[in-house]
Write a protein that binds this ligand. Structure first.
Ligand SMILES: NC(=O)c1ccc[n+]([C@@H]2O[C@H](COP(=O)([O-])OP(=O)(O)OC[C@H]3O[C@@H](n4cnc5c(N)ncnc54)[C@H](O)[C@@H]3O)[C@@H](O)[C@H]2O)c1
Ligand SMILES: [Fe+2]
Length: 395
């Protein structure tokens, strides 16, 4: 696949920046302290969920325009959901956008900050330019995506091949440095209502970000590695703590999980995610498997593929680090990590989410057509049959 590198991937490879860290980052004890610091008022639109608004914001009596994501439909952003959101929030009704939620809400808010496109589909297929016009403040309430510091907004879109709709859906990232939020507020208190499963999925997503960035063959830098390593260290130590003390132990470590997911976001903004994300995107797009879980379904198999193909490259450093944290041998680092993850969240096979025989051929083709920016970042390259082999191994 590396032979067919597209222009966008080539431009990412040519990026000479050591690290991209655009927003100013704040940390607050609670949402009230954030609202006071930023003087939230009527020209602010706050996109959140009602179940986050009620315990954390309602009693503050703020004059902002509160909008609940669930009004536009459940789950991860799709073309339809984004259009419904645009229709529900008039562009002239706000000056500032406050995202209080998981990756889905932060990704939606990035779109509220830019000039309205003719169609959402054209925006995602780069036929409408990204023009930033309003300030976006991101407040993550999961500890996974790192979306608060990244230049990506992901949506489920109608899939295209050579400009023609294929009749299938996939996930696609809209990528532009102009959609990086200008301010980030870390408020660990907001994660105390996050149920265990989305917590675990999002924390695994952050671990995947850190790992894919660490293994990134061409785009990682000394500085991105610093953020990858620290994120992996904090997340794996947190998982060990939960493994030893039970699920509720996460609450005493939430500041670390939330901070680590931001570090992982900083790492992958420069170094890039890779095939775990690339191959999980059609899965999330077609079967609406939550983002962190769809990555998790493929993560172990892809790590084993890398280890089999090139065990002495950067992956050796990765295994040494994991072995140090988990207290196991370097040879056993990947199986031990997979076993720990299995205890944190039982792994579902692909057949459980509806994956069909036809997908073994269709998904690799969709990955090849639309996920080049991720596939070119593979630690070891994949041919179509290797991608199919990963799906089969996870079936
Ligand atoms: N922009 C990026 O850089 C980037 C990177 C990775 C993923 N993503 C996108 O982010 C999305 C996934 O984000 P996510 O993993 O944070 O999941 P999510 O935003 O879908 O949230 C997971 C679930 O937890 C709920 N939730 C969130 N915070 C809560 C809280 N404090 N209390 C109670 N419930 C809460 C949400 O309503 C949802 O049901 C996907 O759409 C994915 O494509 C974006
Ligand atoms: Fe991710």
């Amino acid at each position: 696949m590396a032979k067919k590198m597209d222009a966008f991937s080539a431009s990412l490879m040519a990026d000479k920046r050591e690290i991209i860290f655009a927003p100013t980052v704040y940390k607050f004890a609670d949402f009230g302290a954030m609202a006071e610091e930023f003087k939230l008022g009527e020209r602010d639109v706050v996109l959140t969920n009602e179940f986050i608004y009620i315990p954390f914001m309602k009693e503050l009596g703020l004059k902002c325009q509160f909008v609940f994501q669930e009004k536009f439909g459940a789950g991860e952003p799709s073309e339809e959901m984004i259009q419904t959101m645009f229709d529900a929030i008039p562009y002239e009704s706000y000056d500032r956008v406050i995202a209080v939620g998981g990756g889905a809400i932060m990704d939606l808010c990035k779109l509220l900050g830019i000039k309205r496109p003719d169609t959402v589909h054209n925006l995602y297929f780069k036929r409408f330019p990204v023009v930033p016009e309003k300030e976006v403040i991101a407040i993550p309430t999961t500890c996974g995506t790192g979306s608060e510091v990244t230049n990506i907004s992901v949506a489920i879109v109608k899939d295209e091949k050579d400009g023609v709709l294929t009749g299938r859906e996939t996930k696609l990232g809209l990528v532009s440095d102009d959609i990086i939020p200008t301010k980030v507020c870390l408020v660990p208190d907001l994660l105390k209502t996050l149920p265990y499963k989305p917590f675990a999925c999002s924390a695994i997503d952050a671990l995947v970000h850190a790992t894919e960035s660490f293994l990134s063959p061409a785009r990682k830098t000394i500085t991105s590695e610093l953020f990858s390593e620290k994120a992996m260290d904090m997340i794996l130590k947190g998982f060990k703590l939960i493994d030893e003390k039970g699920q509720d132990a996460r609450f005493e470590y939430m500041d670390e999980f939330l901070t680590a997911s931001m570090y992982a976001g900083i790492a992958f903004l420069k170094a890039g995610c890779g095939p775990v994300h690339g191959m999980s995107f059609p899965l999330g797009g077609t079967y609406h498997v939550p983002h962190g879980e769809s990555n998790y379904m493929l993560f172990g198999a892809i790590m084993s593929y890398y280890d089999a193909k090139n065990p002495t490259g950067e992956i050796l450093k990765f295994k040494e680090m994991v072995a140090r944290i988990l207290g196991c041998s370097v040879e056993n680092a990947i199986p031990e990590m997979n076993a720990l993850l299995q205890r944190i969240l039982p792994l579902r096979p692909l057949r459980d989410c509806g994956f069909t025989e036809e997908d073994f051929k269709a998904f690799p083709l969709s990955v090849e057509a639309n996920q080049q920016r991720l596939m070119t970042n593979a630690y070891y390259p994949f041919e179509l049959e290797d991608i199919e082999g990963i799906y089969r191994a996870c079936y």
